[in-house]
Design a protein around this ligand. Structure first.
Ligand code: FCB
Length: 455
């Protein structure tokens, strides 16, 4: 049974210059819903049958009241960085002015992190759009991109120099496709082309926010976070291979290529006018403004097959062991996507901004035993190591998640934490994986200093 995380001694990841962190997101942990505006996730949770266990984010991990103890916990884990997100509905009023009380909540967190020497990686949008903006069309409305830039302008002025790294958007694929294409996430809308319309406005919002960040926060690293999976054909048939490529084009390249190259993938040329988003003059130049780093979230792979009615369909045929949320465990896929993106684009430095697994925890008198999760971390950290060895410039890794939390449409039943949360008492308990992560992070050595050769 794996009890430890171990990497080859010569791995750059065993040096202190490789950053390790833990990640979470506002709606998933904060609660404190009565002190902020309604978000699309509040509205979505209130609808019947949208959340597997019928739960919501009104209290969540009560981080809104327990943030000080939670930062102590992060300190105990010994990590270099904490990736958090700002709740837009907490920090802005409906009229577009700053809610300074809400903003102060984050300022206090950022100050505490600084006191403890923990770097703040701040995500500006992790899916919790204010509901009043959804009432005006949400991400289907181009204006939301400009509203996003106004919010980013207001909040980054308040944060000043407290932040190490800004992320404009977390996983625009999920906001666009899951939220507006198939409707399994908030706001729960669906339509054949809506995902691509929302995606364009999200990407535009990213570009506009990058312009704001380069004015308000030129000294932080500013970038965006994508989720990637390898899309494998179910069989060797030509039809399945074409389908898998279409899935990759529409789910992965559709998001990164505009940012890196200022264009959508060529598959756009096969679409009718109705299927394409409206792209205004200058949009692609805004979207492709240089970024300082790229964040990659990785969990699993997808198996794809040809379909009679669509460009592709997902298959459940994957034979690999699965996590508690049903995702295949495939650590090589992380190396695969990293190398693939590295070969396609001229990428800036990369952070793995999320990686982790929902697993069944075994609660014993000796603590929370989660050796499956620990094994997942061991193998995926090796996958990152392998990508670095193959030449990919990766600077850091964040475990998803700091603690169990509201897992969107799955509610609280699926636990991703390296810290266990008892939702009755809000007690936190570091799991075996959390201790292993702490021990590994703590075992890193100073960087080898190469002295210039004399004589
Ligand atoms: C990612 C999300 C994150 C979390 C993990 C499991 O898609 O960014 O909030 O829910 O999945």
């Amino acid at each position: 049974m794996t009890k430890k995380i171990q990497l080859p001694a010569d791995s750059p990841m065993t040096r202190k210059s490789f950053l390790f962190g833990v990640a979470a997101a506002s709606f998933q942990i904060e609660g404190g819903a009565d002190t902020r505006l309604e978000s699309i996730w509040d509205r979505f949770c209130a609808k019947p049958d949208k959340i597997a266990d019928g739960s919501d984010g009104l209290v969540a991990c009560d981080h809104f009241n327990r943030w000080e103890a939670d930062i102590d916990l992060i300190e105990q884990l010994g990590v270099d960085a904490y990736r958090l997100s700002v709740s837009w509905p907490r920090v802005m009023h409906k009229d577009g002015t700053l809610n300074s009380e809400g903003a102060d909540f984050y300022v206090r967190i950022l100050d505490r992190l600084a006191e403890k020497n923990i770097k703040a990686f701040v995500t500006l949008y992790h899916w919790d759009l204010p509901q009043h903006l959804e009432d005006q069309g949400g991400w289907l409305n181009r204006d939301t991109a400009y509203k996003f830039a106004e919010y980013v302008d207001a909040i980054t002025k308040v944060f000043g120099d407290r932040v190490h790294t800004y992320t404009t958007l977390n996983e625009p694929f999920c906001s666009a496709y899951l939220g507006y294409g198939v409707g399994v996430h908030a706001p729960g809308l669906s339509g054949p082309d809506e995902g691509r319309i929302a995606a364009h406005h999200l990407l535009l919002g990213h570009g506009l926010a990058m312009e704001v960040l380069s004015r308000n926060s030129p000294d932080t690293d500013n970038g965006i976070v994508f989720n990637f999976s390898p899309y494998h054909p179910e069989t060797d048939s030509e039809a399945d291979k074409i389908a898998a490529k279409a899935a990759d084009d529409l789910f992965s390249q559709w998001f990164i290529q505009p940012v890196m190259d200022g264009k959508y993938p060529d598959i756009i040329d096969t679409m009718s006018a109705a299927e394409k988003p409206v792209i205004c003059d200058g949009d692609m130049a805004i979207i492709s403004k240089p970024i300082d780093y790229i964040g990659i979230n990785y969990y699993t792979r997808e198996i794809i097959r040809a379909s009679d009615t669509a460009r592709f369909e997902k298959s459940e045929a994957g034979p690999l062991p699965r996590t508690d949320i049903g995702w295949e465990i495939y650590s090589d896929g992380l190396t695969e996507v990293l190398l693939d993106m590295h070969n396609r684009y001229k990428l800036p430095p990369i952070y793995i901004t999320e990686n982790g697994a929902a697993m069944k925890d075994v609660i014993t008198p000796d603590g929370v035993q989660d050796h499956d999760r620990l094994g997942y971390y061991q193998n995926h950290l090796m996958a990152v190591h392998n990508a670095i060895k193959a030449g990919v410039d990766i600077r850091g890794y964040f475990a998803w998640s700091l603690m169990d939390n509201f897992e969107w449409a799955e509610g609280y039943a699926k636990r991703f934490g390296i810290v266990y949360v008892d939702y009755e008492t809000q007690e936190r308990t570091i799991k075996a994986s959390g201790y292993a992560y702490r021990d590994f992070v703590g075992s890193r050595t100073k960087d080898v200093i190469h002295h210039a050769q004399v004589g």
